[in-house]
Design a binder for this molecule. Structure first.
Ligand code: GLN
Length: 278
């Protein structure tokens, strides 16, 4: 079958689920991965004929996408802050709003010799990007999930950076064993009540433990982290936060002794990040 004919089939199947723009973008991501052909190559070779292996593989992508599986899990890789990361269903897929958090730290800390701890590292995207772009920083990353840490370790190797990884449930930690200058975290912060607005690609595939907190105590991770920080030497904390809870987050860290709280918006204009001194 020719690629142009196949494109019609692919779009007919996926448009009703994703809308035309996203379906098109999923088509080109798939062809790039399977055929090594992107949008321009296809426009220039509309009569390119798929062999049966290529067609079978593209069909399997199409079917998995029809079941709402995220394209990043299908390919097994994604890009974050200009770097490639392996991702599996044991790790959250790195989000563009988290790139903004990394960017904030990179700008604040450029050239400085600091020690940084990333709590709930998942795929390792925050810790690894920081290690890459802040070569003078000493990076440590923690996660409770052994499976996520295995992926994060592979990602550190893949990107040629050295990071100390520690398997530890933050909620069970009574104190940090070493001191750090900076603590960064993108902990679970989505309340169950927000599930209604979320799509099956997130709800059915990404790890619940990386996303959700109870409606009753959405700040459980932040409170714990802030308490751990306030117990040890003065330090700076950077959080990714729930876009609906910025002001509450600010009050929380202030109540716990934090000073100079700064809230920052992401590229969608949502209050998404917070910096605080302890
Ligand atoms: N921003 C992510 C989402 O909305 C949530 C990340 C998190 O819970 N830490 O899917």
């Amino acid at each position: 079958m020719s690629i142009i004919h196949y494109k019609n089939q692919f779009l007919t199947a996926l448009k009703p689920l994703y809308g035309v723009d996203e379906a098109l973008s999923l088509f080109y991501i798939s062809t790039e991965e399977v055929l090594g052909l992107g949008k321009i190559d296809i426009a220039m070779n509309p009569n390119f004929v798929l062999d049966s292996t290529q067609e079978t593989l593209l069909n399997s992508y199409k079917e998995r996408l029809e079941n709402w599986e995220p394209i990043q899990y299908i390919i097994g890789e994604t890009n974050f802050y200009g770097l490639d990361f392996k991702v599996t269903r044991d790790t959250l897929i790195p989000r563009p709003e988290t790139e903004a958090l990394v960017d904030w730290l990179v700008h604040d800390l450029e050239g400085k010799e600091v020690s940084i701890l990333d709590l709930g590292t998942g795929s390792g995207c925050i810790a690894i990007s920081l290690a890459k772009y802040l070569p003078n920083a000493k990076m440590c990353a923690m996660d409770f999930s052994e499976k996520a840490l295995a992926i994060a370790k592979q990602n550190a190797l893949k990107n040629g950076v050295k990071i100390e990884f520690i398997q530890q449930d933050i909620l069970k930690l009574s104190a940090f064993e070493t001191t750090f200058d900076i603590v960064v975290s993108n902990p679970p912060y989505v309340r169950n009540l927000e599930k209604e607005a979320m799509r099956p690609n997130v709800l059915d595939y990404e790890p619940d433990s990386a996303l959700f907190v109870s409606d009753k105590d959405p700040f459980i991770f932040y409170r714990k982290i802030a308490e751990l920080c306030s117990k040890s030497t003065p330090k700076q904390l950077y959080f990714e936060i729930n876009e609906y809870l910025g002001e509450e987050m600010k009050s929380l860290v202030e109540q716990l002794g934090g000073t100079e709280v700064e809230l920052k918006e992401d590229f969608r204009g949502k209050q998404r990040m917070l910096k605080v001194n302890f």
